[in-house]
Design a protein around this ligand. Sequence first.
Ligand SMILES: [Zn+2]
Length: 430
Amino acid sequence: MQTRKIDTSILFKNATIVDPFKEEIYEADLLIEKGKISKIDRDIPDKEVREKVNLKGFYIAPGFVDLHVHFREPGYENSETIETGCRAALAGGFTQVCCMPNTDPAIDTRETVRFIYEKAEKELVNVYPIAAITKERKGDELTEMVELAEAGAVAFSDDGSPLSNSQILRYALEYSKITGKPIINHSEDPGLKGDGIINEGIVSTQLGIPGNPGIAEEVMIARDLKIAEFVKARMHVPHVSTAGSVELIRQAKARGIAVTAEVTPHHFSLTDEYMRSFNANGKVAPPLRTEADRQALIAGLKDGTIDAIATDHAPHVVDAKETSLDLAAYGLIGLETAFALALTHLVHPKLLTLMELVKLLTTKPAALMQLPLSEIKIGTDANFTIFNINEWWVFGAQNIYSKSHNSPFIGNEFTGRVKGVFTKSHYTSI
Ligand SMILES: [Zn+2]
């Protein structure tokens, strides 16, 4: 990966532009001057341009948005920092990410919200903090949500820890109507989850590993939707993993509840069959589910029940993963592989169109988190991702820019990959 500042002008020739705003795909040249798009045309003369890049066969779309990452700073800088997380984001084509507050200290004060913005200021990726719903994410006392929203928190979540106390969730949803920011609850009923490690089903029984049933997720989503409907507030469901959850959200949307939802690339590309490898990089919360669940998640992405693809990028140091399955930490890194997984498992098998995928990575997540998103049009700040859809490649450790390497996809074959990013007057080729 190489990044250069472009002080004057650069001309991208023969690109295929995917415009999710107008829902158009067309070929054009793109002239960037002083960081802004100054011309989009069929054949822009290159006489006075300092530099030109031929993008014949490549696509351009607005910079991707990931509304769920863990950058581990402050507190766990040996797994990831904002700086290394931003490099991983850039390598994956993401120029805007929202980071979860399960740091140490948690993002539960005005100061920590500001700390994230200050740390990220010099990065090419915009990092937006999601603040905790409860103090220290303990689940029993609400944070100063209005103050945190004023300081720049884009949403609220105790991600990693489910909100068990329904009254706390009710109050949080009441406050979210004042702040206008969504509430994101990690939906996993602790009692039903018990000591479950992988999905409860045939695989867990055959392997003799404690199972975490799909109803642990569904029971809590059902409760949350009821409360959101009662309070009339906005709620976002993270990392949906079961067919039952998709159906609950589909019905809630049909009833007019203001709910949005996300699915991770690992849940739409892997199943609990992966756990037969005993590889702890497949240990995630919620767990990898069955093939029927995976199919239902994809149907939800297709019909609009699911609003976004979000990575839940969760870096862990080697020691946290190279241990027995029961002791290993939950989570995997996902920024570098998200787009290639989506092309390989969704677009090439014709389950989603390229336009549908681009929307799930750009306009849809940006809208639900109310983030600015640069359109590819004259006069806007140039902020876009360059990719091809047909390059065959094998994902390896050399493609990881995160500080941690806990990916179950090392050695996987992909078709299509991110090749570059232009943002904040910098051109990065990958
Ligand atoms: Zn998470």
